[in-house]
Design a protein. Structure first.
Length: 552
């Protein structure tokens, strides 16, 4: 009897099912139609998007929220290249992602050919592994390797190209998916724990810097136990917001703003920084260790990157929760009074003043405060890149990890509208709100149709200033004026309605909160156009510039 066979495309889908994949985001093309057909007959839902870039951001956000690699798919050539941005964003944000694309058949790969470009070397610099599946027999091993690399520390993206003739070729029945191995959390070295404990016992003003790695590792509870046991204040990165609750009495807020913010004063006084899950791509460590003299205890799953301002005294390379618990037990005494009350008071006062500001267009802090008031503690806000990111990162109180999502590795614009689809699929029980500038919004607004087609309710809050606001802000600070940053916008209400979504236009400060609440309660996609007054940017810089060491 002849051995049964199936196509390589069908084998790939079996391997994806074996890895626990539930969704693949993408756009089909002529060269990967067999993969799309195989997906349609599987347990995996294929999510048809309106742009491959959107597919990559959906997969990235899904991966960030689940810890399992999100999968995006495209055809060869231009389709694959459109996956590149979200793939790079995932790697720089330490997020697991698998990018799959078609490629020209092996029979024409050696010569000039229609839509033939070298994709593997193109993806190589922005992935942990980039490879061509040159034979059906490679599928089980390559898929297993791709997921293992993508999902283990430090997580990131993997790219696989599947030639058209390989995808449609028969794969023998003897080829089956490989068993999935899950790494076990490890314990820190006792010697390293002892060395770090000695540094903390001698410290007078230690501070914790918690990054996205701590959120990724599920180390929030251990971080709280550690801070309370030793009475140490905790600041988070933009990317790590929520891993330590902002309403905890030891919370300092978020560090990473482009000027010396309130939180930075906590680091100015520090003689030891316990960096838990911090990665240098989140922001330059010179902002918290400008002289390079502060002792650093690095707590992560992998060794620290080399940097003059991140010169590690002791590294605990192990499970972050296990390391923090072991270190707290080894120090055995509470530290001095934590301090930080004045920093928390300044942040709270700034947010309260903004909430009471009735100007129109709205003060940025008013928009932040109303967004916080409208969302529950576990609801998710995705914050796009731009001036609004600075205001949301600084002032938006966050109480749980991965509930305020910010891209601070590549800091890509326009990831949030498609990202919200990935977020809603990953956490269907959470309300999801996109905070985006008008510049970012129009770059990927086509995915509104995808959200409506999938019946995924979400709210898109557009901060409207008719300009690339962050670039204008930077120009104003550095050269005293801004040029070539302004543009025109469509009628956002009519634009939303043309998709079948709801559209709202804010015309006074008092309208925003009730509109946000109504939109979040609705079972559809809502788009809210809210004018913002970014003259507040200059006011903020002046205020911060006037602060001295007494924070007055």
């Amino acid at each position: 009897m002849a051995e049964q066979s199936r196509t390589t495309a069908e084998l790939i889908v079996e391997c994806l099912e074996n890895e626990g994949v539930t969704h693949v985001f993408g756009i089909p093309g002529e060269e990967n139609i067999r993969l799309i057909d195989a997906l349609s007959k599987s347990s995996i839902q294929y999510v048809l998007t309106r742009h491959e870039q959107g597919a990559s951001f959906m997969a990235e956000t899904y991966g960030r929220l689940t810890g399992k690699a999100g999968v995006c798919s495209a055809t060869l050539g231009p389709g694959a290249i459109n996956l590149l941005l979200g793939t790079a964003d995932a790697t720089t944000n330490s997020t697991p992602l698998i990018a799959l694309s078609a490629q020209v058949g092996m029979g024409r790969s050696f010569k000039e050919s229609h839509q033939g470009v070298e994709l593997v070397p193109m993806f190589a610099p922005v992935t942990k592994w980039s490879a061509l599946m040159a034979t059906p027999g490679a599928a089980p091993e390559m898929i297993r390797k791709a997921f293992k690399l993508a999902q283990t520390e430090r997580p990131g993206a993997v790219y696989l190209a599947v030639p058209e003739d390989v995808e449609e070729a028969d794969a023998p029945a003897a080829l089956t998916p490989l068993r999935v191995n899950v790494p076990r959390a490890d314990d820190p070295s006792a010697e390293q724990v002892a060395r770090a404990a000695q540094i903390l016992r001698e410290a007078r003003n230690p501070v914790v810097l918690a990054g996205h790695g701590a959120a990724r590792a599920g180390a929030s509870d251990a971080l709280i136990r550690f801070a309370q046991a030793l009475n140490i204040p905790v600041a988070t990165t933009f990317h790590g917001k929520g891993v330590f609750p902002d309403d905890h009495p030891l919370a300092l807020g978020t560090v990473g703003f482009m000027r010396h913010d309130y939180v930075n004063f906590g680091f100015d006084r520090a003689d030891v920084i316990v960096a838990a899950g911090y990665e240098l791509q989140e922001f330059n460590p010179v902002r918290v260790n400008p002289r390079g003299t502060t002792k650093i205890i690095h707590v992560h799953r992998f060794p620290a990157e080399v940097d003059a301002h991140y010169d590690v005294s002791v590294g605990l390379t192990a499970d972050i929760s296990n390391s923090l618990d072991a270190l707290a037990a080894a120090v055995w005494r509470k530290g001095p009074a934590a301090g930080g009350e004045r920093i928390r008071e300044l942040l709270s006062s700034e947010l309260a003043r903004g909430q009471a500001d009735d100007r129109f267009p709205l003060h940025p802090a008013r928009i932040v405060a109303e967004t916080r008031a409208a969302l529950g503690r576990e609801d998710i806000v995705l914050v796009d890149t731009g001036a609004l990111k600075m205001w949301m990162a600084r002032l938006y109180p966050t109480y749980a990890p991965n509930t305020c999502l910010i891209s601070n590795g590549l800091s890509t614009m326009a990831w949030t509208v498609p990202g919200a689809i990935g977020a809603k699929i990953a956490r269907p029980g959470s309300k999801v709100l996109v905070a985006t500038g008008d510049g970012s919004f129009l770059m990927n607004s086509q995915e509104i149709e995808t959200a409506l087609r999938l019946r995924l309710p979400m709210v898109i809050l557009i901060w409207v200033d008719d300009a690339y606001g962050l670039i204008s802000w930077k120009m104003d600070m550095e050269i005293g004026h801004n040029v070539d940053t302004r543009f025109g916008n469509p009628d956002f209400v009519k634009y939303a309605e043309s998709f079948g979504a709801r559209g709202y236009r804010i015309t006074s400060a008092g309208e925003l909160l009730p509109v946000l609440r109504a939109a979040l309660a609705d079972d559809t996609v809502s788009v809210i156009a809210c004018p913002v007054d970014y003259t507040a940017n200059a006011e903020l810089i002046r205020t911060l510039g006037d602060l001295d060491e007494s924070l007055s």
